[in-house]
Ligand binder design. Structure first.
Ligand SMILES: [Fe+2]
Ligand SMILES: [Fe+2]
Length: 220
């Protein structure tokens, strides 16, 4: 009895998403808190669901966080000379997030439970780096976008190893976004990111944070 209640609670508390839930539990759309056991987490039309879950969940979290970072930077530097540049990158991040919202529904993946935390942490990082000045904001952009590009490259390798034909659409999306993140990284460098005081310390600290965020968002 208790064994059945615990995953049910976990599902209803942590995963307010109208599709799949944690291992062994499935929410019934339109049935409120009603739950029924899943037969398996794996395989919908031959898809490796655990791998896809991890990829889409973390990418959605990353794009969500990126949006919050640029929102924070715009709050501080929106009216400065780099405002339009930051806005342009933010607009692309909005498209990235929109696409991952669509993919979550299509592949029936729930978001990470950490979204409320990334909401605050992303904005604080964006605003905090912008308070260091334009170069500080760009240093943050370089650090984050380099991490995201690398992360997308790892996912591209994983999906190609899995089945490039089966995951053609997802690969196309991730490759396009990887290229755009790389462009953001280059824009940061072009705007003197490396001239920020303590650039390498700042970059290392932000990238450690990104690694931790990726690790956690893939899993919970
Ligand atoms: Fe993005
Ligand atoms: Fe980006």
């Amino acid at each position: 009895m208790a064994a059945a209640v615990v995953p049910a609670l976990r599902c209803s508390l942590l995963q307010r998403w109208p599709y799949r839930c944690g291992p062994g539990v499935r929410a019934v759309p339109g049935a409120g808190a009603a739950l029924r056991p899943c037969s398996s987490r794996v395989a919908q039309d031959g898809i490796n669901q655990p791998v896809i879950d991890r990829i889409i969940r973390v990418d959605h979290a990353g794009e969500y966080g990126a949006n919050r970072i640029y929102a924070g930077q715009m709050a501080v530097l929106g009216r400065s000379s780099v405002g339009p540049v930051i806005q342009q990158m933010w607009n692309q991040e909005k498209n990235h997030l929109k696409k991952f919202n669509e993919l979550m529904v299509a592949y029936r993946v729930r978001p990470t439970v950490l979204l409320p935390f990334w909401n605050v942490a992303g904005f604080v990082l964006g605003a905090g780096s912008a308070l260091l000045g334009k170069k500080g904001a760009m240093a943050c952009t370089v650090a984050v976008e380099e991490s995201i590009s690398e992360h997308y490259n790892n996912q591209i390798r994983t999906l190609i190893e899995e089945d490039p034909e089966k995951y053609k659409e997802l690969l196309q999306v991730i490759k396009q976004f990887r290229d755009e993140e790389q462009e953001h990284h280059d824009i940061g460098l072009e705007h003197d990111a490396e001239a920020t005081p303590a650039y390498s310390v700042l970059k290392t600290a932000i990238q450690l944070g990104c690694k931790a965020a990726i690790f956690l968002s893939e899993r919970i």
